[in-house]
Design a protein around this ligand. Structure first.
Ligand SMILES: Nc1nc2c(ncn2[C@@H]2O[C@H](COP(=O)(O)OP(=O)(O)OP(=O)(O)O)[C@@H](O)[C@H]2O)c(=O)[nH]1
Ligand SMILES: [Mg+2]
Length: 344
C-alpha cells in the first residue's frame, strides 16, 4: 500500500457494525494491513504507518487473541514511540475472527484475520479434492462468524465441474464459485458474493492461486505469485497476511497453510447441519453417535439420509477438539504452576 491516506469507508468501516470510538486529540483510528515479526503496518485517514504495541496494551493482554491481527481496527497514538513507529493502544471489538490453533506444540489460538465478512476457501480444479480439509476450513469460517465460500480456481485447466459436483454431492451448503484467476473467468461470481465494503479473506493450500486472485481483484500485479511443483503443490510464495483495498471492498491474502487445526467446535453444528438436526432426536442428550442405542444419526446413516463420510469427518473433528481441550487444560495448569512457583 502506498503512503497516502485511506478513508475508513474504503477500508471497510461500516457504522452498522462498529460504533465510532471517542478519540483524543493525538489519537487516530486505523486498520491493520500487515502483521510481521517486529510489528504492524496500519492504514487510515491519517496515512500509512508502521506500528508497535503500546506498553499498556502489551501489559493488559491476557490471551494471544488480545493482540492486533490483520483486519483489526485499532486506536493508536499519532506521536511516534520510537522515532517513527506509532503505538497501538487499543483493539476495537471484532465482528468476526478467523481462529486456528497456532502452529507449534503449545495449544494456543492464533487470529489469522479479523473482521472478515466472507472467507474464501480456495482450492484448485486440477488437484485431487480433499473434502475433509474443505470441511475443516468451513468450520473455521463459520465458527469465527464469517460467511464461507468455496472458490474452485484454475477452471482453465479443466476438472472444475467435477470438483463442484463432488462438493455439492457431499452436501457442502455454502456458495461455490468456479473461477480462473488467470483468465478472469467467473470473477463476477466473486464480486457478487462479496458485497460493497465487505472484507474477503482468502485461505487454502499453497499454490492454489490466492495471490493471483487478489491481484486480479486489485487490477495490478501487486503481490508475488509462485510456480507449483509437478504434484501441483505450491512453494509457499506468500509469507505474510496482507490487507489490500480493491474496487468495491477489501481483500486479505494469506500464506498457504501446511496445517490447519481448528481451535474450537463453534462452527461444527452449522457445517454439519444434517448431523446436528438428526442428533436432536437421539435418545441420549450426550449421544456420541458411535453406537449408542436410539442414535438418530446412525439410523439416518443406515437409511441413506446422512452420508457416512460426512459422519466420519464430523467425528474426527470432534475427536481432535476433545484432544485439544485436554491439552489446553494441561497447558493452563502448567502455566499456573510456573507462575505460582515464581511467586514463592
Ligand atoms: N492455469 C492457472 N494457473 C493459475 C491460476 N491462478 C493461479 N495460477 C498459477 O498458480 C501458481 C500459484 O499461484 P499463487 O497465486 O502464487 O498461489 P497462492 O495460493 O497464492 O500460493 P502461496 O502464496 O504459496 O500460498 C502461479 O504459477 C499462478 O500463475 C489459474 O486460474 N489458472
Ligand atoms: Mg500467495
Amino acid at each position: 500500500m502506498n503512503n497516502s491516506a485511506v478513508s475508513l469507508e474504503d477500508l471497510g468501516w461500516s457504522p452498522a457494525h462498529f460504533a465510532l470510538p471517542h478519540l483524543d486529540a493525538n489519537q487516530c483510528l486505523s486498520r491493520v494491513t500487515v502483521e510481521h515479526r517486529g510489528g504492524y503496518e496500519l492504514a487510515g485517514p491519517e496515512g500509512v504507518f508502521e506500528a508497535v504495541l503500546d506498553g499498556l496494551l502489551r501489559e493488559s493482554a491476557t490471551n494471544p487473541t488480545d493482540y492486533p491481527a490483520v483486519g483489526d481496527w485499532v486506536i493508536h497514538s499519532m506521536d511516534p514511540v520510537d522515532h517513527h513507529r506509532r503505538g497501538i493502544q487499543a483493539v476495537l471489538p471484532r465482528k468476526s475472527r478467523i481462529l486456528r490453533k497456532a502452529p507449534g506444540a503449545a495449544p494456543i489460538p492464533q487470529v489469522v484475520a479479523a473482521n472478515v465478512d466472507v472467507l474464501g476457501v480456495v482450492i484448485s480444479a486440477d488437484q485431487s479434492l480433499d473434502l475433509q480439509i474443505v470441511e475443516r476450513y468451513l468450520v473455521i469460517a463459520e465458527g469465527g462468524g464469517a460467511c464461507p465460500v468455496v472458490i474452485v480456481n484454475k477452471s482453465d485447466l479443466g476438472g472444475a465441474a467435477s470438483t463442484r459436483d463432488q462438493l455439492m454431492q457431499r452436501g457442502i451448503s455454502c456458495p461455490i464459485a468456479v473461477i480462473s484467476a488467470k483468465n478472469g473467468e467467473g470473477l463476477s461470481e466473486i464480486s457478487r458474493l462479496f458485497g460493497a465494503g465487505d472484507t474477503l479473506a482468502v485461505t487454502g493450500p499453497s499454490g492454489v492461486g490466492k495471490s493471483t486472485l487478489v491481484n486480479r481483484l486489485l487490477g495490478e500485479e501487486s503481490l508475488a505469485t509462485g510456480s507449483v511443483t509437478q504434484d501441483g503443490s505450491g512453494r509457499h510464495t506468500t509469507i505474510r497476511r496482507e490487507l489490500l483495498v480493491v474496487d468495491h471492498g477489501v481483500v486479505i491474502d494469506t500464506p498457504g497453510l501446511r496445517e490447519v487445526q481448528i481451535w474450537d467446535s463453534m462452527g461444527l453444528e452449522k457445517v454439519f447441519y444434517e448431523i446436528s438436526a438428526a442428533s436432536r432426536n437421539c435418545k441420549f442428550a450426550d449421544c456420541t453417535h458411535r453406537g449408542e442405542p436410539g442414535c438418530s444419526v446412525l439410523s439416518e446413516v443406515d437409511g441413506g439420509q446422512i452420508d457416512i463420510n460426512r459422519l466420519s469427518s464430523y467425528l474426527s473433528l470432534w475427536e481432535e477438539i476433545s484432544i485439544l481441550e485436554r491439552e489446553i487444560d494441561e497447558y493452563q495448569r502448567s502455566q499456573r504452576r510456573r507462575r505460582d512457583g515464581k511467586r514463592t
